[in-house]
Design a binder for this molecule. Structure first.
Ligand code: PLP
Length: 429
């Protein structure tokens, strides 16, 4: 069963200072999980988790992970800047971007990040921008076809825009070697949100065999293999989660079977997990403000899809706990909605819940990754605050809520802004 990491009483205290809606993160959960990740891969000397910044781009949360030894996986210049701002530089940053603009490659190189090339043509592109290729580089692999595990097809790499074909990868390594690259990495991301301990080990097996072939054929020195992200979390209440210790042991088995006998027992394992590092340790807390009875029963809350897009975008399930009614019977069936003028703005559809009263606080689980981060401003709605429940039990604001002034800021060069400015001042904004 899923349990909220804060109580109704705590929320009643928090809202005196920070009104709903807000995302809140659980430091204790983040730290314990990060330690478990490092323990699971402690057999590999060079192991490093590069947290996928796009999942939760908040410097305070990133610092918590940094303290546990994590680096950062960035996909854009702003994520690179954010990582640099907390002191991560050089080989603590992986730049795994795609369709990358020139200035972003230039900045990644400037701060020493490891550039992970998504495409064969990017070798020339990067060489033209930088003058010469960096000594350490990585390439992203796409095997095509479908990615199958014992419980069926997990994903369709053949349909995805990422990475290089096998032939391109071999050619890329040869060319890059001839152009002075000394330390090579291989990267692949073949399935998303995998809730099975098999994903990483199977991916690792594939990449390890590829690495052995690549070294043999191209003479390139493979220093690291990056298993990227894709390790999932159980969003459903009755779903069993991944066991990172089992996953780590599964990767070790492949390592010992394939890399060690090939004399490649010094290759570092990298990961770029986002969801697994942060997902369960964040929640969206929102208040029930309306109750509507038409052909169905609706509970209107003060958050909407701009605060959490996954249900509207993917139909994703996010478990909901009505705080203070954790043990109440699930007597009612509701659609829990936000206020967007979009009928898909629903956090839950036909969900069995306890009877909800106006003023109740709903704890929407598992928003710690790809939650706040996927926010937007449709309908002129503003981004919420982010709060941190510290290991000491104290709650701090780690991002203030957006205001109308933030929302209108990019209009400030227009003469029309004067009138907006006047209105905001009248409203004390
Ligand atoms: C999104 C992404 C990740 C993180 O994925 P999760 O599913 O959150 O673990 C890692 N690497 C790359 C290149 C990504 O695009």
């Amino acid at each position: 069963m899923k349990k909220a990491f804060i109580t109704k009483e705590q929320v009643e205290e928090i809202v005196k200072t920070y009104p709903t809606p807000f995302h809140i993160y659980d430091e204790k959960g983040i730290v314990e999980n990060a330690k478990a990740v490092y323990k699971a891969f402690s057999w590999n000397k060079g192991f490093k988790e590069f947290f996928a910044v796009k999942a939760t781009p908040n410097p305070i949360l990133m610092k918590i992970l940094q303290k546990q030894g994590c680096g950062f996986d960035c996909s854009s210049i702003t994520e690179l800047m954010l990582s640099k701002s907390i002191g991560a530089e050089g080989e603590n940053i992986m730049f795994s971007s795609n369709d990358t603009p020139a200035n972003e490659f230039a900045y990644a190189n400037k701060i020493g990040a490891i550039i992970n090339l998504d495409d064969f043509t990017h070798i020339d592109y990067v060489e033209n921008i930088l003058g010469k290729l960096p000594e350490t580089m990585s390439c992203r692999f796409n095997p095509g076809g479908v990615f199958k595990l014992s419980n069926g097809i997990m994903d369709n790499p053949g349909d995805s825009k990422y990475g290089m074909t096998k032939d391109q990868l071999f050619e890329a390594f040869k060319i890059m070697k001839s152009k002075g690259v000394k330390n090579f990495g291989i990267h692949a991301f073949l399935a998303s949100n995998t809730v099975t301990n098999e994903y990483y080990p199977q991916l690792a097996g594939q990449l390890f065999e590829l690495a052995v072939e690549l070294e043999k054929e191209t003479g390139a020195d493979v220093k690291f293999i990056n298993l990227s992200g894709g390790v999932g979390i159980p969003y459903l209440p009755d779903q069993e989660g991944n066991d990172i210790a089992v996953i780590g042991a599964g990767v070790k088995e492949q390592y010992d079977k394939i890399l060690v006998p090939a004399g490649m027992g010094d290759v570092s394992i990298f990961t770029e997990m986002g969801r697994f590092m942060m997902g369960p340790y964040g929640a969206l807390v929102t208040k029930a403000i309306h109750e509507k009875h038409i052909y169905k029963e609706y509970i209107g809350v003060d958050a909407c899809a701009v605060n959490l897009m996954r249900p509207a975008m993917y139909g994703s399930y996010h478990h909901i706990t009505v705080l203070g009614k954790e043990n109440a019977e699930l007597t009612n069936t509701y659609d829990v909605t936000g206020s967007l003028c979009e009928n898909n703005d629903k956090f839950a559809i036909d969900r069995k819940l306890p009877k909800i009263d106006k003023g109740d606080y709903l704890f929407i689980h598992d928003t710690g990754a790809h939650g706040f981060a996927m926010g937007y401003n449709y309908n002129g709605k503003l981004w919420s605050a982010e709060l941190l429940l510290g290991e000491d039990g104290k709650v701090t604001q780690i991002r203030r809520p957006e205001t109308a002034r933030d929302y209108f800021a990019t209009l400030d060069s227009l003469p029309e802004f004067q009138e907006l400015d006047k209105i905001m001042k009248e409203e004390g904004i």
